[in-house]
Ligand binder design. Structure first.
Ligand code: NAD
Length: 296
């Protein structure tokens, strides 16, 4: 792997974090977004991330040096002209990603490997538009990249394995823990495990089997996990949980009572999770963090 120049396309929440993490580890990073206004926002985000990295890693000098490694462009051909690797982090909307790859295919140098950071879409959905399906795969990051270091590497059936190996190595060089997914899987590893756990917890609650604290306590005591499903839901945010479950309810009536419960008992009362100060628990000192929680 001899990547030097990385292009990050889409400089929103995750794109700006991926760009900063990559520059922080010494790569030149070309930031692409749709127009100058979006690029101005990106500059503000990256400046904010400089402070976050300086504080988190206690290294102001290294964080400031990262800021000098960025270039910005709203012209895709220009943004990608030297790219060894392009990481796509544009909105999670099929048409936007499809059109993006169609254009990218016509302007990117032959050497450029394309990686998608999509959370819910599969590389096989876009491979045909890339003009280089063998050099196209997913490289999926988690929000707050600097401390949540997962990098899920997942090809589609037509990805050449050598590029999976290259991305695994690249991920390591930017301080991530590469997690190699051997076969295309919606939700990667994390959400394939987490979503069923969260659903199961909510189903127990909606059926009246137990309250959130008892359900979390059971999971924590029996497995040694630091959080149960309801503590995790508070971090995810109850609006997101509601969106997922209401979608599910369209074809699975069993999900409707969960959606109703989230709406009536929590969202309508302003309890949207950790971000608002209250969800299933009250913050900043939720009961599950009290050492007495697992003793009573
Ligand atoms: P966001 O809305 O914050 O950012 C999207 C960026 O893409 C914006 O800067 C926007 O101007 C830009 N954009 C819009 N159209 C574009 C186009 N045609 N070409 C290039 N750029 C365009 O979104 P986000 O939360 O950063 O998500 C981006 C991707 O990252 C999605 O695929 C999402 O699934 C994935 N992701 C998000 C998270 C998360 O927690 N937010 C976590 C992991 C992965």
């Amino acid at each position: 792997m001899d990547f030097k120049n990385i292009t990050v396309a889409g400089s929103g929440v995750l794109g700006s974090q991926i760009a900063f993490q990559t520059a922080f580890h010494g790569y030149n990073v070309s930031v692409y977004d749709i127009n100058d206004e979006a690029l101005e926002k990106a500059k503000k985000r990256l400046n904010g991330l400089k402070d976050v990295y300086a504080e988190y890693f206690k290294d102001e000098e290294k964080a400031s040096a990262a800021l000098k490694r960025f270039t910005f462009s709203s012209n895709l051909k220009d943004a990608v002209k030297d790219a060894d690797l392009l990481i796509e982090s544009v909105p999670e909307i099929v048409e936007i990603k499809t059109n993006f790859y169609k254009e990218l295919a016509t302007v990117a140098p032959e050497k450029t490997v394309f990686a998608s950071n999509s959370s819910t879409m599969l590389p096989s959905q876009f491979a045909e538009y890339t003009g280089r399906p063998e050099k196209f795969l997913a490289l999926h990051f988690a929000n707050e990249v600097w401390k949540n270091n997962t990098a899920e590497v997942m090809g589609h059936s037509g990805t050449d394995k050598q590029y999976e190996e290259q991305l695994i190595e690249f991920a390591r060089t930017i301080g991530m823990i590469p997690l190699h997914i051997l076969k295309e899987q919606p939700g990667y590893i994390l959400n394939s495990l987490l979503v069923p756990l969260l659903n199961a917890g909510q189903t127990l609650l909606a059926k009246g089997v137990a309250d959130p604290e008892t359900i979390d306590k059971t999971w924590m005591l029996a497995t040694g996990a630091p959080m149960g499903p309801f503590a995790i839901l508070d971090v995810v945010g109850l609006q997101t949980a509601y969106n997922i479950v209401s979608n599910e309810a369209k074809h699975n009536p069993a999900a409707q009572p969960i959606a109703d419960l989230l709406k009536n008992e929590y969202l309508d009362k302003g309890k949207t999770g950790k971000g608002s100060g209250e969800g299933f628990y009250k913050y900043p000192n939720p009961a599950y963090l009290d050492p007495a929680f697992l003793k009573a």
